[in-house]
Design a protein. Sequence first.
Length: 402
Amino acid sequence: MSDHIITLNAGSSSIKFALFATDGGEWPRQIAIGQIEGIGVSPEFEAKVAAGGKTKRALTGAETPKSHDDALKIIIGWLSETFPDAKIAAIGHRVVHGGPIYSAPMLIDDASYKVLAGFSALAPLHQPHNLAGIAAAGRAFPGIPQVGCFDTAFHRTQPFVNDTYGLPPEHYEEGVRRYGFHGLSYEYITSRLQERDPAALRRLVVLHLGNGASMCAIKDAKGQASTMGFSPLDGLLMGTRCGQIDPGVLLYLMQQKAMSAAAISDLLNKKSGLKGMSGVSSDMRDLEASAAPSAKQALEYFVNRIRRELGSLMAVTGGADALVFTGGIGSNSTFVREHVLAGMEWAGIVFDSAANQARAEVISAPGSAVKVYVMQTDEEAMIARHTIRVAKLAEAPALATA
Ligand code: AMP
């Protein structure tokens, strides 16, 4: 019987999970995926079995999870009922921040857990919840290896000019850097391209467009520059995040409007983006269907920001051999892809509108110097693959310094 891997992605009020079988292939096989959302509010359990159906139910009464530990117990209970023969060999965690030092996945022990806890100040909205997930899994599976996979790791190869801000060096030294995020998605896409079109990895721009959105310039399969920086707020317009903003606006809000740090954080993270600009929704499908002028404006801003960043990132890679659209919007929205790529012939991109409408995997015309792919990302598969490798190398965790 094969071993099994659980992947966990713990958020403020949710735990997403997946179960993989390790059959010895290059990629582990996903056999179930699901989540508990609304911990502490109105919790719901949802899961999908690869070879079966979906299940969804509200968690009420004695079942109501009050903490990540409670939620994890429910997940483990469901997994052991549904897959009684599964033997859990390791647990892989999505960890948002590996700080300036971790550029590869690693085994988590007491010492590294403390180091990761020290990065909470860098990502206060995510890191403490990721750590709560690790602690809960440690209690539920004592002695089973736990592997941390960092969303920042892929970007640690970016050169200093794309890693820093124009501040005095002491700020860089204390950790005020352009970390970049969505690294597990970029790593998954580059790994898949390595299998099917390795030439595309020479000069590549990946557009991860989802509720969170970023773009990454990649040269010879290594991250060179990201639209996200110190935090996941920078760069593109997102579901509820503002993206690029002049720091002068923040000074104005603080000095002239007496807004607190908490109020500004709420504005920039939760009340801006597609939702804040349109006043309609954070969901691209709603905006595409809406007749409201504000929805049209938000879409135009979203697309315009992507086009500007595309030019900027192609300047980093010196032109591109390929682009990849991924994420919920990137892999599904024919509308966004069409508007991002129209009139980009100056950059060597010849768009094939019919292929886009047909939802083909390649949406550039045959003669296009830049090949444009549409691909589904799979961060859980990336975590599971890392976890298998790192857990087998328990005596030599892949600790790397940038
Ligand atoms: P993600 O965060 O990658 O899961 O992406 C979630 C977002 O993808 C949703 O909020 C939607 O805006 C978007 N999305 C999903 N399906 C579609 C679709 N068929 N057309 C346009 N946008 C979509």
